[in-house]
Structure formats: C-alpha cells, structure tokens
Design a protein around this ligand. Structure first.
Ligand SMILES: [Zn+2]
Length: 308
C-alpha cells in the first residue's frame, strides 16, 4: 500500500548535495518523546543540508504491531510540522523486493537454510554453532540465514566518532527470513536504504549494534554503506529507555510547539523566550538554521530531566 499523500518541501533545497535521510518507525504504538527526538534530529540533519527527509513505516512484523499506529504516527509528525518528502514507503508492500534480494545473496553463496528454533538462534553462542550452514541442505519451512563475514571492523559514526563494539556482539550468521516467512528487520532496512538512496542513517544509539549486521549486508550486496549517525537515547532518571512498551511520555499533538522546544533542548538547541510561543513551523525554520551537531552530547544515553 503506497499512499499518494505528498507534502511540499519545508524548505527550498538551495544547498542540495543529494542528501537523503529518513525516519523509519515501526507501527508498534504511538510516538513517544524519545522517538520525537529521533524524528526531529533526522529531519534537521536532512533539512539543514537542503536534503530530502523520507518516511518509511516498518510494518514487517504483524504480531508486534498495534492497530492504528501508522495513522497516529503520521498525525503526530504532521502536528509537529515534520513533513516528509515524497510517498511513504510501507515495508509490508515490499515482500517481492526482499525475496529478490535474498535470492541475490543466495546466488552469491551467502545464505543457507536453517531449521534451528528461534529460541536457539536467539542465543548468540548457539548462533555460532548452528551446523545447518555446513549441511547446505534444502528444507521445507526453514529460516534463511546470512553467512556474515568474520571480519568485523570499527565503523565511523558522525557523532560518536570511531565505534568499536565488542566482537562477541555479532554472531557470524544471522537470519534474513524467518521460518514463519516474515522478513528480518536487518534485511528489510538495508534493502530499503539502498533502494531509496539513503545517504545517511540517523537514529538512536540503541541501534548501534544493528549497524554491524547492516554493514555485513551492505558488503554482501556489494553496495557502499551510507553514513551513520546515532543520537543519544532518551532515558528516565532511573536509566530506563523510553519506549512504546513502557508507555513513556506519550506525545500530546495539541502541544506541538512545547514538545518541539523540549526535543530541541535535548538536541542542544536553546530557542528564545519569544520563539517558545511561536508555531511549530517557525520553530523548525529557526532550528534548521541553528542546527549544529557539535551541540549534541556524543554519548549513547542522555537523561530527560522532564521525567520524574
Ligand atoms: Zn541451524
């Protein structure tokens, strides 16, 4: 399903260098303050460079989805004047593309069929021991696994600098299509980022580990990886990550200007007193001009002081 809804550019792309960014929420609940920060930060990173900002709904895992979330996410972004460019991409409509890309990996000898249970595969130690790869057999109802390269290197993050994650965080093999025929997150994200021409992936630092899996897939597809930029994750003073699951800080769309001001403060910007009374659109226009990555703390977590 692709909607025809199209927004005008928020700002004339006078300094375009071909930058294409994206915001890619899963419809597993309403946006919360942490996801608003990610949406705003990725929007400002794109618009400050005269780039495009795309919206992709990552609805490939129906059991985890909450009915109506896609619509409420769109309404929330629109209320905050975070207007995306072009058509929304829904991952649920792209199964043929994902199958085609898995077929490509298979032709390169980079996949194998695996009959191990999801519980077994969730154990990183077991992931190394799965022997299905050696048997090279074809099974009914099996998962498709990617043979990752065993040459993990540090990668560069535009905010954090060199990121060198512990080696054991990455199994040598991982699933790209599950036994129940659902596509794995890592596969869908990389296929879409390549196909949509994304030049920089901007997201929360809770997805740092995912970058390693995704870099392995870029290599498998023989495609250059985009840049990566991971914002600090918003946590409560108890160190708990805000998430849809713990219903933290749901966003009131009627208080858009105030929400934006709070999110901008988290991203290191301090609007004037007068601007705090202004419209969401004017606040964003100001923030696009003021946007500066050097204001953002380069760490993986940050406390949101508004949360008691
Ligand atoms: Zn196996």
């Amino acid at each position: 399903m692709i909607t025809a809804l199209k927004h005008p550019r928020t700002k004339i792309a006078s300094r375009s260098h071909g930058y294409i960014g994206r915001f890619a929420p899963s419809p597993s609940g309403d946006l919360h303050f942490g996801s608003l920060v990610t949406a705003l930060g990725s929007f400002l990173q794109a618009k400050s460079q005269g780039g495009q900002w795309l919206l992709r709904i990552e609805d490939i895992d129906p059991p985890r989805e909450v009915a109506g979330s896609s619509e409420s996410i769109k309404r929330c972004l629109e209320a905050h004047h975070l207007l995306w460019d072009g058509n929304i991409v829904y991952q649920s409509s792209r199964g043929d593309l994902y199958n085609e890309k898995i077929q490509y990996l298979t032709e390169q000898g980079l996949t194998y069929q695996c009959q191990c249970s999801r519980a077994q595969l969730a154990n990183p130690d077991f992931g190394r021991l799965c022997v299905c790869a050696d048997q090279n057999m074809s099974f009914e109802n099996s998962a498709v696994r990617f043979r990752s390269y065993d040459d993990q290197k540090p990668f560069y993050d535009e905010l954090l600098g060199k990121v060198d994650l512990p080696r054991h965080d990455v199994p040598m093999q991982f699933t790209v299509k599950r036994k129940d025929n659902l596509f794995a997150y890592q596969l869908a994200v990389v296929v879409d980022d390549i196909e949509q021409g994304i030049t920089e992936v901007v997201r929360g630092a809770d997805l740092l580990n995912a970058t390693l899996f995704q870099l392995a897939l870029y290599k498998g597809f023989d495609c250059p990886a985009p840049k990566f930029l991971h914002f600090p994750v918003v946590v409560s003073e108890f160190g708990k990550k805000l998430s849809k699951q713990n219903h933290a800080c749901e966003i009131n769309n009627n208080d858009a200007s105030n929400n934006l001001i709070n999110a901008l403060a988290f991203l290191g910007l301090s609007p004037s007193k007068e601007l705090k009374q202004d419209s969401a659109q004017n606040i964003l226009e100001w923030a696009i001009c003021e946007w500066d990555l050097s204001n953002i703390p380069a760490k993986t977590e940050c406390i949101d002081n508004r949360i008691g």
